[in-house]
Structures are given as C-alpha cells and as structure tokens.
Design a protein around this ligand. Structure first.
Ligand SMILES: NC(=O)C1=CN([C@@H]2O[C@H](COP(=O)(O)OP(=O)(O)OC[C@H]3O[C@@H](n4cnc5c(N)ncnc54)[C@H](OP(=O)(O)O)[C@@H]3O)[C@@H](O)[C@H]2O)C=CC1
Ligand SMILES: CC(C)=CCC[C@@H](C)[C@H]1CC=C2C3=C(CC[C@@]21C)[C@@]1(C)CC[C@H](O)C(C)(C)[C@@H]1CC3
Length: 587
C-alpha cells in the first residue's frame, strides 16, 4: 500500500489550485486510491489536494526568518505572505464570469473548483496561530502604524471573505459588459476595419500630398494587390524565423503558472535570431539582392501578411475546439466571433513550438527593423542620396533600439497581458504579423516619398526625448520584473510596497509611485520621438502617436479592471497613493 506523508489532523500549507499561493490547511483525510488528501482551509473551505501541493509549515517559517527586507512596508509584505489568507479568490485564469450557455471549457474548470468549496458559514479568519512567529516583526513597528495596519487588515479580510462568498456561490451569466473591445459587434468591426484602414493609410502615404483632405485615396482592385511570388517570399521569411526559433541556443525559462499550476518552458533566443537575420541580410546585400523589391511591393506584402494572418487565425480557432479546457484563455467567452478575435486557446503549441510567443517577438518585430532598412535604402535610391537623411537615420536608430531592447529583455514578455491573459487569435496574429511591421514602420515609409530635413540641434532634442522615454520605459519595466521575480531583492529594498491579500505586493514608490503605468508613459514619449523627425508638414506620421495613446489608454483600463478584481482594497489604496494612471497631473 502506498505510504502517505501527512497525518490526519496535521496543520500544513496547501497550494490553492491554479496559483502558486499556499494557505494554512488541516488534513482531514486521505484517499489511498486517488492518493488525494481532503484538506480544510481556515475559512471552512474543503478541497482535495495532491501530495505535491502540500508542504509542511516549517518550510515556510524558516524562509520568513531569513527575509532580508528592510522597509516597513516590505516587512509588512512578507508578514502578510507568511500569514494565512483566505484562498477565496479563484486562480487568475478563472476570474472572468461564465455564461449559463457557456460550453464546458474554461468556465467549467472554474465550476469544478467551485463545487468542491463547501463553506456554509464563512467565519472570520483565525489568525492567532501564526501570530507567535510574526510577533517580532510587530514589535519593531511604532504603535500608530500598527493600529493603521490592523485596520487595513480587517478591511482586507472583510473583502476577501466577501469575495469568497460571491465566487463560491455565484453562477455568473455571460454579460455584454464582460466582453472587452465592445463585445461581438466591436470585434467584428475591428476585424474588418483594421485591414481596410491599414491599406487606406499606406495608399494615402503614397500620394504626393498625403493630406487628410485627400482621404480616402482610391483603393486598387484586389487582383492588383495579390502576388503569389510576394506571398512565397513572406512564407519563406516566416519559415526562416521559425527555424531560428528552434535553434537550441539560449536559456530555457519557465513562464508564469497556468490555471492548473503548470509552468510552460520557453527558450530565450530572440536576440540570436535577430543577429542571425541581419547576418543573412548583410550577406544578401553583399551578393546584390534587390531589397527595393520589398518597397515596390509593399502593399502586396501587407496583403500577403494579412492573408497569412487570417489563415493562421482560422487554424488557431479550429485547433482550439479540440483543446482541453484547462488550455483555454481566461479571456475567451464561449462566443465564436469573440473568441476568434481574442483567441480561445491561451498557449497554442505544436510540440514545444509556442505559436503565440514566437509571433509576438519574431516575424513581426524583426520584420519591422528589416522594413525600416528597406525604406532607408529606398530613400537613398529614390531621392538619389549618397547617404540616408538624418531624419531617416533617427527613425531607424530609435526603432532599432526599441526592438533590440525587446529581444534583449525577451523574458519580460512572459509577464505581459498578451501572454498571460489573452488567447492567440486574430487580434494578436494581426497585431504581431501585420500591424507591427507595416504600421510601426510608417515613419520610415513616409520619409521615402516625403523628405524632411532635420537640423542637428533639433536632432539632439529628439535624441534627448527618445532617451528620456527609454529610461522611463526600461526603468519601470525592469523594476517591476525584478520585483515580481524576487520581491526581497536587496536592490529594491529602498522601495515602498503595499501588501495585498493574494500574497503579492504592489510597488508604491520608485517608477510605480510616479504614475500607475510609468512604462506606458515612457513608451508614449518614445512614440513621439519617432514621429518628430518626419516634421510638421503632415499629420499622417503622427497617426502612430494617436493610435498608440488610444491603445495604451484602453490597455491601462483593461489592466486596471483586472488588478481591481485581483487586489481589491489594496489596489484602491494604491490608486489613492498614486492617483494618476499614465500622465502625471493629467490622466
Ligand atoms: N509597442 C507596443 O505596441 C506595445 C507595447 N507595450 C508595452 O509592453 C509592456 C508591457 O505592458 P503590459 O503587459 O500591458 O502591462 P505591464 O507590464 O504594465 O503589466 C501590468 C501588470 O503589472 C503588475 N503591476 C501593476 N502595478 C504594479 C505595481 N505598482 N507594482 C507591481 N506590479 C504591478 C500587475 O500584474 P501582477 O500584479 O499580476 O504582476 C499588472 O497587471 C509595457 O512597457 C508597454 O508599454 C504594450 C502594448 C503595446
Ligand atoms: C491593432 C491591433 C489588432 C492591436 C494589437 C496590439 C498589438 C499590436 C500589440 C499588443 C501588445 C503588443 C506588444 C508589443 C508589440 C505590439 C503588440 C503586439 C511588444 C512586443 C513591443 C516591444 C516591447 O518591448 C514589448 C515586448 C514589451 C511589447 C509587448 C506587447
């Protein structure tokens, strides 16, 4: 008979399903057939857990004792992590509401968790058991601070209790307000509108006078835009990038925990792929390959990429119908149109080949730099220049820095909303493979046919602006990534934090104490710096700044909504302490 590690009545730590958080539980019984323990959380919740998901209390106490954190808020954060909290909140992936008519899928996974929860009466948590080992930390704190913290604790406990009650018993019907992007009509409009808009914009830019008054330009017939050879070149590009992605070079890291606690592995070799790509391009240039072909067929390439993206999205949707429910995205809704757009499967993979992760950083992002280079060469050819214009050099170098930075910090993409929350569907396929390479290169495309002379003093100001944006963007992203990776990193010990009932803390000083999305602010400042070299003759090169502001304001609202659900009172406190979202004193 297989042995069991924990005895009935033993008090241990049990992992909350789908998260990496452990809570104090009592072992009630053990089933020798299923090898599952029935455990009881402090609020009365009973669950069945595997032995791997249970840890002795001692391992946690030892870790706390070794905390290096020094700031009061950090101490407070670690204390809260070591204390038992209600596991009432569901795993991140299961937070969104379910439809009555919703297929089994992801929401059923949530229901599975819910039906096993059996708190008939939700009692207030008993925290006394652990107070002995946290008391040394309490004693160090001034009295007034202690009272304030206790008040906050009781407020948070009430919040968690309420959350648990709601999440345990509520059968949440799908409601229009739960769908983002304007729901089904909204995503329908986006799916048809964006490709049309892309072509109108590119055609407009090709006009001699790309004024808004000349909008919309005449659309060419579809057969004029389709070229099989171009499609072949595009496929070749995609396959070469896929080949580079498969090279067994670079570190392998684990992504964030999924709904079932698994962590997928990702190879970080984007930067190598970039170097290899440019080694190949350099060789081709040396061999006299005509890159002007890409400029001459720019619209055809955009169409080839769009067709490819539609085919890919159909494939992704079809395969998601066979995907096990644990693999579905928390953003998926059960509505076919919406799910086709937002993506139904969270991490579609062919073997170890992760399609979303690959598309997010490789063909589109590296393609953007290649297109910029093509535009630089086209400018020299069309304007008969011996060297590229200063404006073109600025645009190329600013955007090159952005892409190299993304590939160098590739691991950071694993914590973005796109990887953790959104599925892989039309939105990201189109965004990654069409929008990024063909819209983000718009300034360079514009400069080919609309030259702008930039003086050195103006160029210096633009460089300063770009560097300011970059320092904010990189500083904020690195600070948050380092904090999420290791909250007690000594390099971050000077920063203040707010503790949350999930056990994770929020930074409230440093970049994240300046505004609530400092990384977006930096990104937007950089976007402005990319457009300024195009001058002020036309509004068109500033389209990117306008679009990007809209994208990030909308993204900030989506993130805010999710953080509010995730962190509750703690998030509200954060908002009080850091009142501005992106632009200090403005928004
Ligand atoms: N060029 C482009 O087109 C685009 C670029 N971007 C860039 O991508 C990057 C990633 O963006 P995105 O994924 O949207 O979001 P963020 O990197 O800003 O991540 C948001 C998450 O950070 C955590 N967080 C929020 N506030 C705090 C805090 N005070 N302390 C600690 N953690 C906090 C929360 O997650 P949790 O607590 O769960 O860790 C929150 O959900 C940004 O730099 C953005 O500018 C984004 C979109 C498009
Ligand atoms: C118009 C439409 C369908 C929008 C989709 C939005 C996408 C264009 C963007 C969503 C998130 C993105 C990110 C980057 C590029 C744009 C998209 C795909 C990113 C790869 C750019 C480089 C950054 O350093 C980044 C890695 C942080 C970033 C991640 C998010």
């Amino acid at each position: 008979m297989p042995s069991r590690k924990f005895a009935d009545g033993e008090v241990v730590r049990g992992r909350w399903p789908g998260s990496s958080l452990y809570y104090e539980v009592e072992i009630l019984s053990h089933d020798s057939n299923s090898q599952l323990y029935t455990v009881k959380y402090k609020d009365g919740t009973e669950l069945e857990l595997k032995e791997n998901d249970i840890k002795p209390l001692t391992s946690f106490r030892q870790r706390k004792g070794g905390s290096t954190s020094s700031s009061p808020s950090r101490r407070r954060g670690s204390r809260s992590r070591s204390r038992s909290r209600s596991p009432g909140r569901l795993p991140k992936g299961a937070r969104r509401s379910a439809s009555a008519s919703h297929q089994a899928d992801i929401k059923e996974a949530r229901r599975e968790v819910e039906v096993k929860l059996t708190p008939l009466v939700l009692e207030k948590f008993n925290l006394s058991q652990e107070s002995s080992y946290i008391s040394t930390q309490y004693r160090l704190r001034p009295r007034r601070e202690e009272i304030r913290l206790k008040e906050m604790d009781s407020k948070e406990e009430k919040f968690v209790t309420k959350e648990l009650a709601v999440r345990t018993f509520e059968v949440t019907p799908i409601q229009a307000k739960d769908l983002e992007f304007g729901g089904v009509p909204g995503v329908f409009l986006i799916m048809f509108g964006l490709p049309v808009f892309l072509f109108l914009l590119l055609l407009m830019c090709k006009q001699k006078d790309p004024s808004l008054l000349n909008f919309p330009p005449p659309l060419p017939a579809l057969y004029e835009l389709w070229e099989t050879r171009v499609f072949g070149v595009y496929l070749l590009w995609f396959l070469i990038q896929a080949l580079f992605y498969l090279l067994p070079v670079g570190k392998v890291v684990e992504g964030m925990p999924l709904i079932d606690g698994r962590r997928l592995k990702y190879r970080l070799n984007g930067f190598y792929a970039f170097i290899l790509t440019f080694a190949v391009i350099g060789t081709c240039l040396f061999q006299g390959v005509e890159f002007h072909y890409v400029y001459r067929h720019f619209l055809q390439f955009a169409l080839a990429a769009t067709v490819f993206c539609v085919v890919l999205s159909v494939y992704l949707y079809m395969r998601s119908l066979k995907a096990p429910r644990k693999d579905l995205s928390p953003a998926s809704s059960g509505n076919a149109v919406y799910d086709f757009f937002i993506g139904r499967e969270l991490n579609p993979r062919i073997g170890t080949f992760d399609l979303k992760y690959f598309c997010e950083l490789r063909p589109g992002l590296i393609g953007w730099v290649v297109i910029n280079l093509v535009m630089l060469l086209a400018e020299m050819k069309i304007q008969s220049r011996a060297v590229p214009s200063l404006a073109m050099i600025l645009v190329n170098s600013f955007q090159l820095l952005y892409v190299v930075d993304a590939l160098w910090n590739e691991e950071a993409v694993l914590t973005t909303m796109d990887i953790i929350h959104d599925g892989f569907g039309f939105m990201l396929a189109f965004g990654d493979l069409v929008w990024v390479p063909f819209i983000y290169s718009f300034q360079a495309f514009y400069l080919v046919s609309h030259p702008n002379e930039v003086s050195w003093p103006m160029a210096s100001l633009m460089i300063v602006l770009k560097l300011c944006g970059y320092i904010i963007f990189r500083g904020a992203n690195s600070q948050k990534n380092a904090f999420r990776k290791n909250p007690s990193d000594p390099k971050l010990s000077h920063l203040k934090t707010i503790h949350t009932s999930t056990g994770k803390n929020l930074l409230v000083s440093g970049w994240w104490g300046f505004v609530r999305h400092p990384n977006y602010l930096g990104d937007l400042i950089m976007a402005l710096a990319w457009s300024l070299p195009c001058g002020f003759n036309h509004i068109l090169p500033y389209f990117y700044v306008v679009y990007f502001t809209m994208l990030l304001v909308h993204r900030e609202a989506r993130d805010e909504y999710q953080c509010k659900k995730k962190y509750g009172v703690a998030w509200e406190k954060y908002c009080q302490r850091v009142p501005y979202r992106i632009f200090p004193y403005i928004y």
